[in-house]
Design a binder for this molecule. Structure first.
Ligand code: ADP
Ligand code: MG
Ligand code: MG
Length: 472
């Protein structure tokens, strides 16, 4: 992969930085400085340049998305699969156990809403295999809940276009051309998905509920989503306090308003449920007739354990009839291994102790900051009981080719070797009544970039910046 020589232009860096920050501030590419509602805003962490990304691999990631969307829809409807894979984890993972109990309770009572909305994001890092010259995407994970940064990502694509048009990026590289910056419609497509689900719910007077975290710093990414949608923001605690079900219709009523779609930007982590009240709110929503984004079943099949099981030979074939689609999906899987008491799990644990630099260990958690990387693995494995170990999966470390860029965080410029993670958004609406797929579409993309020495990703967690791809 050829690299854009960004580092040569440092003389013009100050101008570029100021222009980027001012554009960000004036176009809503911002986050709160702290969680205080009346706090000021600061530009979102961003890269100054788009990062080079092979066009072929970008397009391949787009091609995979509808196949993944449908796969996860089918998984969410496969009770036997959920019972076997997640049911087994309930002994070792409290958080999954609570979600699973809600799933079982509502299943027994009878599901009242047959339509579901998925706003997913499949994440990839380029992998350069040893002795190979061509890098290929490998999937990091598939997110079925609270996939964030769709709005700020689309704005960053616009920012990079603006900087190119207005500065020519000081002619640093002939590859920096406007038509190498792909359109990013995430800011339109995700709200469109919500609006379509709202319309399918079929009540003019109903409103969309966004389930938010208290004191969200990334509120502006979310605010762009309520564009042209009548939307109510509530935390789980507020929903528990203000919400009820209509006894006859099971409609979810909050502040005297009927809820058409419950869109979760919270509820993916134990931290979102400090007390039983938050769990009651989740159960209330799941029981209701509102269209959920996601349903608890969708959230469960987004677990990393499921990703590992999907990599077991023969499993994909059960859900995908077209063999070439199976081959495509499988080609982006990194090595994935159980860490349970099975012979495979024991073998994987042994391998990880012997060659920790090759692996990352992941628990069944979302939101960043939970994984155990390379040299930390042996100590962690030795400390854990077999039961604790079983709640993790083991994954090959994806090794991207060398790439450099310049990023800005709270006004500070950081240059150096970087790693990018590409996310592709998917919009899916399913209707169980006739196995119907109402919508299965692409939603746009996100590129996050972080220093090469950083293990974790995540913009909100402070590890990465928002970037956009330069297709080469
Ligand atoms: P989360 O659901 O918490 O976001 P991820 O699986 O995305 O969990 O892991 C968090 C971050 O860790 C990713 O954004 C990526 O930067 C890094 N990471 C995860 N898996 C791998 C892997 N197999 N190889 C290299 N980096 C990884
Ligand atoms: Mg992730
Ligand atoms: Mg995730």
């Amino acid at each position: 992969m050829t690299n854009v020589e960004y580092l040569e232009i440092s003389t013009n860096l100050t101008i570029l930085k100021e222009q980027a920050i001012d554009w960000a501030l004036s176009h809503g590419l911002v986050i709160r400085t702290n969680s205080n509602l009346s706090s000021t805003t600061v530009h979102a962490p961003i890269s100054l340049f788009p990062s080079p990304f092979p066009k072929k691999e970008f397009e391949f990631a787009l091609e995979l998305q509808p196949i993944f969307n449908l796969l996860f829809h089918k998984l969410s409807r496969d009770h036997e699969f959920i019972e076997k894979i997640i049911g087994e984890l309930t002994d070792v993972d409290d958080f999954l156990e609570k979600l699973y109990n809600i799933y079982i309770t509502v299943r027994k009572e009878g599901v009242t809403q047959q339509i579901s909305l998925g706003l997913h994001r499949s994440d990839y890092i380029l992998h350069l295999a040893p002795n190979s010259t061509e890098a290929h995407i490998q999937q990091v994970e598939f997110n079925t809940i609270s996939s964030s940064f769709s709005s700020l990502s689309a704005l960053t694509s616009e920012l990079h276009k603006y900087l190119l048009e207005s500065t020519k990026y000081f002619d640093v590289s002939p590859t920096l051309k406007i038509d190498a910056l792909p359109a990013n419609e995430a800011m339109i497509n995700l709200p469109k998905g919500i609006a379509k689900a709202h319309q399918l719910y079929g009540s003019e007077s109903a409103v969309v509920l966004m389930v938010v975290q208290p004191a969200e710093r990334n509120a502006f990414d979310q605010r762009w989503i309520d564009h042209k949608i009548h939307l109510m923001r509530k935390t789980l605690l507020e929903i528990q306090r203000d919400g009820e079900l209509d006894k006859d219709t099971k409609a979810l009523i909050i502040d005297n308003k009927e809820i058409s779609v419950a869109y979760f930007r919270s509820g993916y982590s134990p931290k979102d449920h400090p007390t039983g009240k938050e769990w009651n709110a989740r159960l209330l929503i799941e029981r209701s007739k509102a269209i959920k984004c996601p349903t608890v079943a969708y959230q469960l099949v987004g677990a990393k354990k499921v990703q590992q099981v999907l990599a077991v030979p023969g499993v994909l074939e059960r859900y995908i009839s077209n063999p070439s689609d199976v081959t495509k999906l499988r080609s982006c899987f990194a090595g994935l291994y159980p860490l349970d008491s099975s012979p495979e799990g024991e073998a994987a644990a042994k391998l990880a102790l012997e060659y920790p630099e090759r692996f990352v260990m992941k628990p069944q958690r979302e939101g960043g900051g939970n994984n155990i990387y390379t040299k930390d693995i042996p100590q962690a494995l030795r400390r854990m009981t077999l039961l604790e170990r079983s709640s993790y999966i083991l994954m090959d470390l994806i090794q991207p080719p060398k790439m450099s860029n310049i990023v800005v965080r709270e006004g500070e410029v950081i240059q150096g070797e970087m790693i990018s993670e590409l996310g592709i958004y998917g919009v899916f609406i399913g209707d169980n009544r006739d196995e119907g797929v109402v919508i299965n579409e692409l939603g746009g993309h996100l590129l996050r970039t972080k220093g090469r020495e950083t293990n974790e990703g995540g913009v909100a967690t402070g590890y990465s910046v928002i970037d956009s791809p330069l297709l080469i």
